[in-house]
Design a protein around this ligand. Structure first.
Ligand SMILES: NC(=O)c1ccc[n+]([C@@H]2O[C@H](COP(=O)([O-])OP(=O)(O)OC[C@H]3O[C@@H](n4cnc5c(N)ncnc54)[C@H](OP(=O)(O)O)[C@@H]3O)[C@@H](O)[C@H]2O)c1
Length: 248
């Protein structure tokens, strides 16, 4: 993939992996637009990287996704890359009756419905560009689930499947479809849950992850598994037993 002179929209780009990708793409000479729900986090990101363009948007709300498209095509007609990165992760302990349908619906809407709908919305714009891409951020847990986060893992498995079909459907267009599969990365994704379950492995730093991911994007391989995510994809059964050693 061409790594310079693009105009890139990164959902959930104000923190963690999204922000690290924004920094790396900014450094490589791209125009980078980030969106997220929290204005304070968007402002913080902009203070760090004044070149960033920021937009408040909750991608779990259909109307806001539609507004994001209209705003982006009006103000950034050269937009050629969509990175579906925004995500949330919740512990759902079905065996203990810890299940809230509203929260589960939000997790599905954010992690799965939003990237599907945003892809659908942006395709007609992207395919008119000489080069364009949709990059979906899934997870090693799409392949080997962590049982304590069953809905999260299911959304990522479904997004992986969707990405395969999307790549096939767009094969004859100017839009390349990539999947980035992160391992554990040290971000706010878990909202403190890793500490609570005494998980000591905080994973890779977002900056290192972003450098590995952008470097891999150069090679034009559609499915990019970083670090131990490659193992989670390739050695599923063995690693399922290893990462789910603790009873839930
Ligand atoms: N960290 C890991 O170990 C890991 C591993 C595999 C995959 N991933 C994936 O990497 C992606 C980025 O996660 P991260 O680790 O960087 O966690 P993070 O720091 O929590 O970043 C997630 C971002 O998504 C935004 N977001 C959440 N819900 C949103 C919504 N409805 N609308 C718009 N933005 C929303 C958040 O901002 P607001 O709250 O302000 O909206 C936040 O900036 C996710 O898709 C995650 O599943 C992470």
């Amino acid at each position: 993939m061409k790594l310079t002179d693009n105009t890139i929209l990164i959902t959930g780009g104000a923190t963690g992996i999204g922000l690290a990708l924004a920094e790396e793409f900014n450094r490589l000479g791209n125009t980078v637009i980030i969106c997220g729900r929290r204005a304070a986090k968007l402002e913080e990101a902009k203070r760090k990287l004044p070149g960033l363009i920021t937009k408040e948007c909750d991608v779990s709300v259909r109307k806001e996704r539609e507004e994001l498209l209209n705003w982006a095509i009006k103000d950034f007609p050269e937009l050629n890359i969509l990175i579906n990165n925004a995500g949330i992760q919740r512990e759902v302990r079905l065996n203990r009756g810890v299940y809230t349908q509203d929260e589960v619906a939000k997790e599905i809407e954010t992690n799965l419905t939003a990237p599907i709908h945003l892809s659908a919305l942006f395709i007609s714009k992207l395919t008119t560009q000489p080069f364009s891409a949709i990059i979906n951020v899934t997870s090693g847990l799409a392949f080997t689930p962590l049982a304590i986060t069953p809905v999260y893992c299911a959304t990522k498995a479904a997004l992986h499947s969707f990405t395969l079909s999307l790549r096939h459907q767009l094969a004859k267009t100017s839009t390349k479809v990539y999947e980035i599969i992160p391992p554990i990365v040290d971000t706010e994704l878990d909202q403190g849950a890793r500490d609570k379950r005494q998980q000591t492995d905080r994973g890779m730093k977002p900056k290192e992850f972003a450098m590995l991911a952008t470097d891999a994007l150069k090679s034009d391989v559609g499915e990019i598994a970083i670090g131990m995510a490659a193992d989670l994809r390739n050695r599923r059964e063995e690693l399922f037993n290893a990462i789910n050693r603790q009873p839930v």
